[in-house]
Design a protein around this ligand. Structure first.
Ligand SMILES: Nc1ncnc2c1ncn2[C@@H]1O[C@H](COP(=O)(O)OP(=O)(O)OP(=O)(O)O)[C@@H](O)[C@H]1O
Length: 602
């Protein structure tokens, strides 16, 4: 028998894609903003050049002073020149920061948009393989690492390259041997920075992990405060928080140790070079090979070289980190939905669509038993009840109709066409879906109802609420339909939330309504009212209600009983009472106590 299943290996560690594949992800942004980048990099190079000129001006002044050939006016002119250059450096620094860092933010935004629109296309199995934390990491840490590499990474790389090459040329120009000697400690500085930056990254990742553990712990403790109090868990929770807090402090101290090492090592390398200049360069001045000005300029150049040498190690690390993150983003973007990749052609919606399930077998994973087993079912206009024990496959059936999971070819037909030949969005656009857990957004009641049709009028919203039997209760809220609900608003009861979600689905006015146990928290009297509203509103259309409430099921046109993924019986309420032992036992459990109570009262 042909079945479908989802190969769900879990989020494996991604293999490294080719460099050109990774760079292809960045190319569109680099191309689009090439002018911005070119101007930014030019400003950066001009800053470098201007900085290199300052020691030469100072050399001129010192030589003049040493030979007593310089006038006060000359000195003033040199000072003004230095200030003018410093001002130009400050202005141009602002320009390159604005342009290049701005570019990295634009690149980050475009990658984020790409990731987000890709996620919107993915199917349910994808979201089961990737946890929300996983996906959040892509849209925060990984994007930040790429942004860093393409912003400060580009700046530091260009800066370090130009500054080190130019500074060394200027130094060589003064004295070749002295330059080579003074540069001796520099490769060690680059090497140390590289090693320390690597460790720093590692420790910093630990800090971030500890921080997210701590925040997640505090978040879940705050939202489950009632449970904690009910189980008198306060002490235990405090001890847990204390433990996490101590780990967090420890990992922060580990970061501080590395950060504390970097600067002294740089100073040490600079001072070693300085020592060499003092010792060797000083002798060259005494012997008249170098002028006093050359000597001072040489010291300034060496000081300027410390930063590029540190930057080389630092850049190597952030580029490596950026590539690792880019690799993860690449793997996310190449992951494919198992649903057919067919774009919605804009075909007009079907007026009275129906579903035909033909010998459909479905498993969530190859090693799991089938969640649906050889299902044959016609779902056309009318109100259909789906019932069965927990885990019998009711929700799975609804999810497959809503095209959240892939199905094998020819097993599910929609309006006589195989769903695999249709755009998933086309099929979904016919279905209003009410799930088991209603989700409300932090917005007004009206906006929550109008989620699927933001353009709906006030009258339409009220009418949908009335059909879902929630209108009166909404009017009793402090601001009626304008009341804020959700996380930061008024808290609604489970039944109210479910009816709000139902009103949202009703407002969409689609030809098929699927309610997956979405009325379980609604009391029996209100359930009747809701059902009457549905009957009237959906006359001639298709409604599928998953429920285990016999009273609700008895009102439907036809009931399908599932057990272990199979249809064990289908028919009207009376028919099933006679034909299905499962249905009969559900009826007995739910209706007998009432009958017994009535009998006892009589
Ligand atoms: N995402 C999933 N991954 C793996 N197995 C799943 C998944 N969802 C459901 N199942 C399994 O598939 C079977 C059918 O589950 P389903 O949720 O469709 O049952 P149900 O009849 O709706 O149950 P309930 O009445 O408790 O909601 C169960 O064995 C369940 O454990």
């Amino acid at each position: 028998m042909e079945t479908t299943s989802l190969d769900r290996p879990g989020p494996a560690r991604p293999t490294r894609a080719g460099l050109s594949q990774l760079l292809n992800l960045l190319r569109p942004s680099f191309t689009r903003h090439r002018l911005r980048l070119a101007v930014g990099l030019t400003a950066l190079l001009v800053v470098d050049f201007l900085q290199l000129i300052i020691p030469r001006i100072i050399k001129h002044g010192v030589d003049g002073l040493a030979a007593l050939t310089i006038s006060r006016d000359d000195l003033l002119r040199l000072a003004v020149l230095v200030i003018a250059i410093a001002l130009a450096v400050a202005g141009l620094r602002f320009v390159w920061r604005y342009l290049i860092i701005g570019f990295s933010r634009l690149l980050e935004e475009s990658l984020r948009n790409r990731i987000f629109s890709h996620l919107l296309k993915m199917d349910a199995p994808f979201f089961e393989r990737h946890t929300p934390g996983d996906l959040m990491a892509h849209s925060s840490n990984d994007l930040a690492a790429v942004q860093m590499a393409c912003g400060m990474g580009v700046v530091a790389a260009a800066d370090a390259l130009v500054m080190s090459v130019a500074t060394i040329i200027f130094m060589l120009h003064i004295h070749v041997e002295l330059t080579l000697l003074a540069l001796l400690p520099m490769p060690f500085l680059a090497w140390f920075t590289r090693i320390l930056a690597g460790r720093l990254h590692h420790r910093f990742t630990t800090v971030q992990e500890q921080f997210s553990l701590l925040t997640e712990f505090s978040r879940s403790a705050v939202i489950s405060i009632r449970l904690i109090k009910a189980y008198t868990m306060e002490r235990f929770q405090t001890a847990q928080l204390d433990r996490l807090g101590r780990q967090y402090v420890k990992s922060n101290i580990a970061v501080a140790v590395i950060q504390g090492l970097i600067s002294p090592i740089a100073t040490l390398a600079g001072n070693l070079g300085m020592l060499i200049i003092l010792f060797v360069g000083g002798r060259l001045v005494i012997t008249g090979v170098l002028t006093m000005g050359d000597f001072v300029a040489f010291i300034s150049y060496l000081a300027m070289l410390v930063w590029p040498m540190m930057a080389i190690g630092w850049v190597a690390n952030i580029v490596q980190r950026g590539l690792t993150s880019l690799n993860r983003i690449h793997h996310l973007l190449i992951s494919q939905s198992a649903l057919p990749d067919i774009a919605d052609s804009g075909e007009p919606p079907l007026v009275r669509p129906s579903f035909s399930l033909r010998n459909l077998t479905f498993r969530y994973a190859p090693d799991l038993p089938p969640a649906l087993d050889a299902i044959d079912l016609e779902i056309g206009p009318g109100i259909h009840g789906i019932t069965g024990r927990t885990g019998s496959g009711k929700s799975t059936l609804c999810r497959l109709l809503a095209r959240l999971y892939p199905v094998p070819d020819g097993r599910v037909l929609f309006g006589d066409r195989d769903v695999n030949t249709l755009a998933p969005a086309f099929v979904r656009s016919h279905i209003a879906y009410v799930g088991q857990e209603p989700i409300l957004f932090s917005d007004t009641v009206a906006a929550n109802i109008a989620l699927g049709r933001p353009e709906a009028t006030e009258e339409e919203i009220v009418e949908a609420a009335r059909s879902a039997a929630i209108d009166d209760e909404i009017r009793d809220l402090p601001d009626g339909y304008a009341t804020l609900v959700g996380e930061r608003g008024v808290k609604l009861s489970g039944g109210q939330r479910q009816r709000l979600a139902l009103a949202r689905a009703l407002l969409c006015n689609r030809p098929v309504l699927v309610i997956d146990d979405g009325l379980s928290a609604v009391d029996v009297a209100t359930e009747h009212e809701v059902f009457a509203g549905l009957r009237q509103r959906f006359a001639g259309r298709t409604v599928l209600i998953v429920s285990n409430r016999i009273k609700m099921l008895s009102l439907t046109d036809r009931i399908v009983v599932l057990d272990e993924g199979r249809i064990v019986c289908a028919g009207g309420h009376d028919e099933l009472l006679a034909a299905s032992t499962l249905y009969r036992s559900m009826y007995d459990k739910q209706m007998r106590p009432q009958a017994d109570e009535k009998g006892a009262a009589g």
